[in-house]
Design a protein around this ligand. Structure first.
Ligand SMILES: Nc1ncnc2c1ncn2[C@@H]1O[C@H](COP(=O)(O)OP(=O)(O)OP(=O)(O)O)[C@@H](O)[C@H]1O
Length: 236
C-alpha cells in the first residue's frame, strides 16, 4: 500500500531521515517508534506531502505523493492541532471534513453516534470552539475527523498523548478494529511502547532517521523494545 524508496530528508546539511526501502502492506497496523528527533513526524509529513523529499519517493497505492494528488481521497491523518480549525465548533468541523469526503450532515450525525462514549459528553452539543477545548479533547476531534469517509489509509502522530487512560483504552480497541475488520492501513507513531505493541502488528524503530529495527509484534516485542531503548543508559 505504501512504499518508500531511497527516501531522505536533509535540513541544512543534516540528514534527518534516510530510508532505503520500506513497504507497508494494505491493512497493516504499523507503528513507528523512536526517540525525540528520530524522524517519525518527518516520515509522516513526507507521506502527506507536507514537505518535499530531498531524495527518493514515497508511494501511496502506487501514486507518487509528491507528484499527484490522487492519494488524497483515500488517505487521512491527524498530525497535530494545525489540522483543526480553531474558530469552528466540533460539529462544524466534522461537517466540514464530511463535505470534503462527500458525506452529508445526516451521514456525519450517524457516523458520530459510535463515538458517544469516547466523547464523554464533552465534545458535541457544547457550543465550544475547537480552540477552547482541552488538548485531549482537541485530539479526540482530530482523530475522529480523520476517520470520516472510510479512508483506506489513516496516519496518526502520537495518538495516545494527552488522552486520559479510559480514552487510551477505547482508542486502542478502535485502532485494532479498523485494520482487522475494515482493512484500513493504520500508521501510528508513539512514545508509549506498551500501547504501540498492543495496537500494532509491526513496529519499526527509527534512530537518527535510520530504520534500526523492523519487528513483527509478538509477546517478546515489548521487552525487545525496552531493552533497545535502555541500552544507552546501560552503556553509560
Ligand atoms: N523545518 C526544519 N528545519 C530544520 N530541522 C528540522 C525541521 N523539521 C524537523 N527538523 C529536524 O528533523 C529531525 C527529525 O524531527 P521529527 O520531528 O521528524 O522527529 P520525531 O521523531 O517526530 O520527534 P519527536 O518524538 O520529538 O516528535 C529533528 O532533528 C528536527 O529538529
Amino acid at each position: 500500500m505504501i512504499t518508500a524508496t531511497n527516501l531522505s530528508k536533509v535540513y541544512n546539511g543534516t540528514t534527518v531521515l534516510n530510508i532505503e526501502h520500506l513497504d507497508i502492506p494494505k491493512g497493516q497496523n504499523f507503528g513507528l517508534v523512536g526517540n525525540n528527533g528520530a524522524g517519525k513526524t518527518t516520515f509522516f509529513s513526507l507521506l502527506l506531502d507536507l514537505i518535499q523529499p530531498t531524495t527518493g519517493n514515497i508511494f501511496n497505492k502506487e501514486i507518487t505523493v509528491s507528484q499527484s494528488e490522487d492519494w488524497k481521497p483515500f488517505t487521512s491523518a491527524f498530525i497535530d492541532e494545525s489540522f483543526l480549525i480553531g474558530y469552528l465548533t466540533p460539529e462544524e468541523y466534522f461537517y466540514f471534513v464530511g463535505e470534503l469526503r462527500n458525506r452529508n450532515k445526516a451521514d456525519i450525525d450517524s457516523f458520530l453516534e459510535q463515538f458517544t462514549d469516547l466523547f464523554n459528553g464533552e465534545i458535541l452539543g457544547r457550543n465550544k470552539y475547537l480552540r477552547d477545548l482541552s488538548k485531549g479533547n482537541q485530539k479526540k476531534v482530530g482523530i475522529v475527523a480523520a476517520l470520516i469517509g472510510e479512508p483506506e489509509v489513516v496516519i496518526l502522530d502520537e495518538p495516545f498523548a494527552n488522552l486520559d487512560p479510559t480514552t487510551q483504552i477505547r482508542l486502542k480497541k478502535l485502532l485494532k478494529e479498523l485494520s482487522k475488520t475494515v482493512g484500513t492501513t493504520v500508521l501510528i507513531s508513539s512514545h508509549d511502547l506498551i500501547h504501540v505493541t498492543e495496537v500494532c502488528e509491526r513496529i519499526v524503530v527509527l534512530d537518527k532517521g535510520l530504520i534500526v529495527r523492523d519487528i513483527e509484534t509478538s509477546e517478546a516485542t515489548l521487552k525487545e523494545l525496552e531493552d533497545y531503548f535502555s541500552r544507552e543508559i546501560a552503556e553509560a
